[in-house]
Design a protein. Structure first.
Length: 263
């Protein structure tokens, strides 16, 4: 059930900053607790390590309140890494801050220099790279990504993130090389034609951002119907508390860069 899109030897995470209370959010449901966020983050890292992965835990960046969400800064592929260009002005410096770490792991480091694009809008499957336009990712950024990966042989397909949804992967996650967990509002657009789609339970749309990492599904705690469905489908899921990240629009994929170095 795993492929190069779901099997990794390494991961990169970053500790949540105390300034996470100032993190960006679509709706104000209260400030996250830094102490509780740290506990949840430690649980997340522990699950990654239990799969056998080597995890790099970067220090907090107090000047960047959303910097715990490292996925938005880069796209890691087996051939190399592409440094993203975040669409939120307050996050513009995060990509540069992680580049030196990525250069120790990849021999080919490329940089998006036009438009804007964030990793949260990118779903890499075994056959293509799906990218949703959103408030953080525009057509120019997607075009720049297409140029960056052209000589690596990747197909980039531009899609549309649903209105009022932060990132494309807010509403979906890769479960295996041909199966995607999705909300109905996203899948109904037809963007996953050719894939096997499993739907989040009604009123559990926030569980869609699950991550397959070395045959384990990292799944946010608190969504029992969707969790039971995935287990009935034969997936091994590990439920991880995510209440504090959710207050600043964060999910399972946001908290790590998943990769296999080529150095």
């Amino acid at each position: 059930m795993s492929s190069s899109a779901t099997r990794f030897s390494h991961a990169i995470t970053r500790l949540p900053a105390k300034s996470i209370v100032d993190g960006l959010r679509a709706c104000n449901t209260g400030n996250p607790s830094h102490e509780l966020f740290q506990e949840h983050h430690a649980a997340y890292v522990s699950v990654l390590k239990e799969t056998g992965a080597e995890v790099t835990e970067l220090p907090a960046l107090e000047n960047y309140s959303d910097s715990v969400f490292v996925e938005d800064t880069a796209l890691c592929l087996k051939e190399g890494v592409i440094i993203m260009r975040p669409g939120a002005p307050s996050r513009a410096g995060e990509a540069a801050a992680i580049t030196s770490t990525l250069k120790t792991l990849f021999s080919d480091v490329r940089v998006i220099e036009n438009g804007h694009i964030e990793g949260g809008d990118i779903l890499v499957t075994a056959s293509e790279i799906l990218v949703g336009k959103s408030e953080r990712t525009d057509a120019e950024g997607i075009a720049a990504l297409r140029v960056c990966v052209a000589d690596w042989g990747y197909k980039v397909r531009e899609l549309q993130t649903p209105a009022d949804v932060l990132h494309f992967k807010t509403d979906c996650g890769l479960l295996d090389e041909n199966t995607i967990l999705s909300t109905r509002r996203l899948a109904d657009s037809g963007c996953f034609e050719g894939y096997r789609v499993l739907y989040t339970a009604e009123d559990e749309e926030a569980s869609a951002n699950a991550v397959c990492f070395n045959d384990v599904i990292l799944f946010p705690a608190g969504f029992p119907k969707t969790a039971a469905m995935l287990e009935a489908e034969g997936y091994r899921i590990v439920q991880i508390p995510n209440t504090e990240a959710a207050k600043v629009d964060g999910g399972m994929s946001c908290l790590s860069l998943r990769l296999t170095p080529n150095i």
